[in-house]
Write a protein that binds this ligand. Sequence first.
Ligand code: FEO
Ligand code: CA
Ligand code: CA
Length: 667
Amino acid sequence: MTEQTAHEAQFRTSLLEENDGPGTNPTENRTMGEIIAARFSRRGFLKGSLAVSAIAATVSPLALMTAEKARAAGASAFTFDEVEAGIDDKHHVAAGYDADVLLRWGDPLFADAPEFDPVKQNAEAQAKQFGYNNDYVGFIPLEGSSEHGLLVVNHEYTNPHLMFPGLVTLGEKEGKKVLEQAALSKEQVDIEIAAHGGTIVEIKKDGGKWQVVRDGKLNRRITANTEMQLSGPVAGHDRVKTNADPSGLKVFGTINNCAGGVTPWGTYVMAEENIHGYFSGELPADHKEAGNYKRLGIPEGSYEWAAHYDRFDLAKEPNEPNRFGWIVEVDVNDPTSAPKKRTALGRFKHEGAESIVASDGRVVFYLGDDERFDYVYKFVTAGKFNPDDRATNMDLLDEGTLYTAKFADDGSVEWLPLTFNEGPLTAENGFESQADVLIETRRAADLLGATKMDRPEDIQPNGVTGKVYVMLTNNTKRKEDQVDAANPRAKNAFGHIIEIIEDGGDFTATKGNWEVLLKCGDPSVAEVGASFSTATTANGWFGMPDNCAVDSAGRLWVSTDGNNAKDTGRTDGLWAVDTEGEARATSKLFFRVPVGAEMCGPLFTPNDETAFVAVQHPGDGGEEWEGFGRPSYYEDLSTRWPDFKPDMPVRPGVVVITKQGGGKIAV
Ligand code: FEO
Ligand code: CA
Ligand code: CA
């Protein structure tokens, strides 16, 4: 559905997130065709994960009645009155809750940071202000408090047509209104660079309301120009050396930080996702990195940074792209520390990096590679987490085993190690070391026969239930003969969620079992094949799961990217999803975003009394909403959220949700 919205291709909109670049998976790993039918007749059929509309075609009325009865018997674990799905220029939260804007693009983060002035914005100011397009949100408690801590936020990308006055004009193409964008100035490129990266900011609940501590001593902005280190097996390798860095150890900046995580030892990890858009130019003929870059869709060139900075031009710096596509770890306790790109976790379009301490003390990071037909990964540290020794934990991410997932039709999953000289990962296939395996993680996983997935986004381990949830956002390019048990729908427009249970409940296990928890989309349309429970209302279903969170009670919350098209008349939002008992696969809408936005975050404080959600690219679109009905740009915005002032543009922002009168959310 949202594969192709009405946006024009030259605009860097959420379309970029669809990863429609040429970096597609060329391999012919096993597809399982008709196996899906067999699988559903064998497992989990009347356990109730199929919607009535989908069941109706294939089972008797008697069986249907049984299923309905079972569904009705299960009460949702979430207590709140649903928001009505729809589309307008505001955000909406369930009745009885406050949803206050905590941080907006341009908000000053330091005592000496200037106030936001959209018509006089400059890079120096931007580097001291909250960045653009907030995606991942993490909370690191200070002194164990759920009311005082560090908020860490990724700034994934920039939307020049919404950020810069006078850049865009409204034109017409084939009878349709389109936006035409002028070239960016160097100053505008510098603002973009400063608006990328991440924010670390102290926040505190004061008088019942969350406040930003503007001069917090740990406050920090990380940008696409912050000096950082390459760490782990790839550090110092010839393939990451450039003219500016002949050591192969020092990188400037991090880009396209989508989701991320907070480690058990209290560092902030940022996932570099769609790196292909930042590179332009051509590699010299027959360059050895040609195949490597093609597999990632590099260069895509939707950013204009190469016009001003040689390192983004492949002709001038052919190794620079190998220095991006990593998981970046930031020591939030030291604002002067160099963030470290932890190469042991592989190089691909990293969505996020949520982690959990396994029973033996090793730490497991679950990783998704967000592209159609790409893979699910996990990284298991070699060393053990020691809660009493932060210093020892600080380099845990440099050593361990990276695995990719092979989902079998019998409901089992095998984790295949990406280890040099094991299996096909040898010199014969062009790998001379573990560094080569990691630089070309995708090719290594191709050779291992990993299962091609429908765009893996967030993967969240659940410490309460011991399960792992995999968000698969969509893949309309999957053909009928490419359907398999773990990716059960051709032209999968709405995505699905897989649940993994590792063998013995051990997150380090190399084998496990899996189920489809939920096939997303409108369950009232039989052809969609959605599998929400019958207790799910017309507001409660969703499509395109992207980010997710598990609260302290082990309950799953899912945020979406892509609902807001004219086909559905509804925006993205945050849904509460039952995973256990009779209510399994029941979903309820808790919060929805303004027009044009996607929903990122979400994150709960340890006491479950506060939820943070990130409203990303609000106002990026408006044709789909009959209240606007035309392209949205700086001078003519579909929403001026959150300020609603005529002299203020739309501003991506983080919203803090609390219950009126206090208490745990949805209890
Ligand atoms: Fe940046 Fe996969 O979403
Ligand atoms: Ca995402
Ligand atoms: Ca997204």
